[in-house]
Write a new protein. Structure first.
Lengths: 231, 62
């Protein structure tokens, strides 16, 4: 990574840290408790941004995978790998925060609710994507086959999102959408929006770092191939 | 009070996991740079490269 990129990535990291602190204040102190869920509802301010960030990450995997299959440029494969890892992280956080929220609200840590189950399937799909990449030693074959998996895996995203509308679900429906507009208190909306922006900037900071790692490891792989071929 | 315990647990898990991942990622980058540089030196036949060792937490990510 050049000094130019490094400085800007570091700035992005500082901005995301500052914004996360503000977002935390809004979520934990400034926003009001919910009428029904009381203070347990504050978990929404990390749960919803986490799932949004996971969707963003997997959408990037989809775009990168398509671009790789079209252009066969390794940089798209590196971007897909980096995004997938972050997507798995944020999906895991979605499930964890959701589980902790479920205990005081639904009375259970886990249920085979459609939204919860399809999100768990999403997690397994992309863990499988990462495991597949680890097992395939040939870089070109790995990139091509992972791209196909990355495109097919994205099919679960609309299933996750629509599950609360298609099937009977304990999970609440869309928070900000509806014929009558948003259903949240305006202060809750602001806190949720700021947290979502904070998580998004954090995602791009981590993506830049993880992408740099992917590119460094590609150089490493090429250098090791060179050593082995001359051995 | 009961609700705040769950809120605290959720925030600890989420922010803690993000902090841990960020720290681990930074460490992986430093180690990957060292390995790439070392491999480059070995490929070029640099005399000093064979004498030094490298310590890594894990094999390269896929």
């Amino acid at each position: 990574m050049t000094d130019f990129a490094d400085r800007h990535v570091r700035l992005l990291g500082l901005i995301s840290l500052g914004l996360l602190i503000v977002a935390g204040y809004l979520a934990l102190i400034w926003s009001p408790p919910d009428v029904e869920q009381h203070d347990a509802m504050r978990i929404m301010y990390v749960h919803v941004p986490a799932v949004w960030t996971a969707y963003l990450a997997f959408f990037l995997v989809l775009i990168s995978s398509v671009m790789y299959l079209w252009k066969r440029d390794p940089k798209w494969d590196h971007l897909a790998a980096a995004s997938a890892e972050l997507g798995v992280l944020f999906t895991a956080l979605t499930l964890a925060a959701g589980s902790i929220w479920a205990k005081p609200i639904w009375g259970v840590w886990w249920t085979w609710d459609p939204r919860v189950t399809t999100t768990a399937v999403l997690f397994v799909i992309y863990v499988g994507y990462i495991m597949f990449r680890a097992m395939q030693p040939d870089a070109a074959a790995r990139a091509k086959q992972a791209a196909v998996i990355g495109i097919i895996g994205f099919i679960d995203i609309p299933v996750v999102h629509m599950s609360v509308l298609w099937w009977r679900s304990l999970h609440q429906g869309p928070t900000l959408q509806g014929l009558n507009g948003p259903t949240l208190d305006p202060r809750m909306e602001i806190a949720l929006l700021v947290n979502t922006v904070a998580f998004t900037i954090l995602f791009f900071f981590l993506l830049a770092q993880r992408l740099h790692l992917a590119q460094t490891e590609a150089r490493q792989e090429a250098a090791l191939q060179d050593v082995l071929s001359h051995a | 009070m009961h609700d705040w315990l769950y809120v605290a647990l959720a925030y600890l898990v989420v922010w803690g996991a993000i902090a841990l991942y960020t720290w681990a990622l930074k460490r992986r980058i430093v180690q990957a740079r060292a390995v790439a540089e070392y491999a480059g030196q070995v490929a070029e036949g640099s005399p000093g490269a064979a004498q030094e060792g490298l310590e890594c937490d894990a094999p390269p990510a896929p």
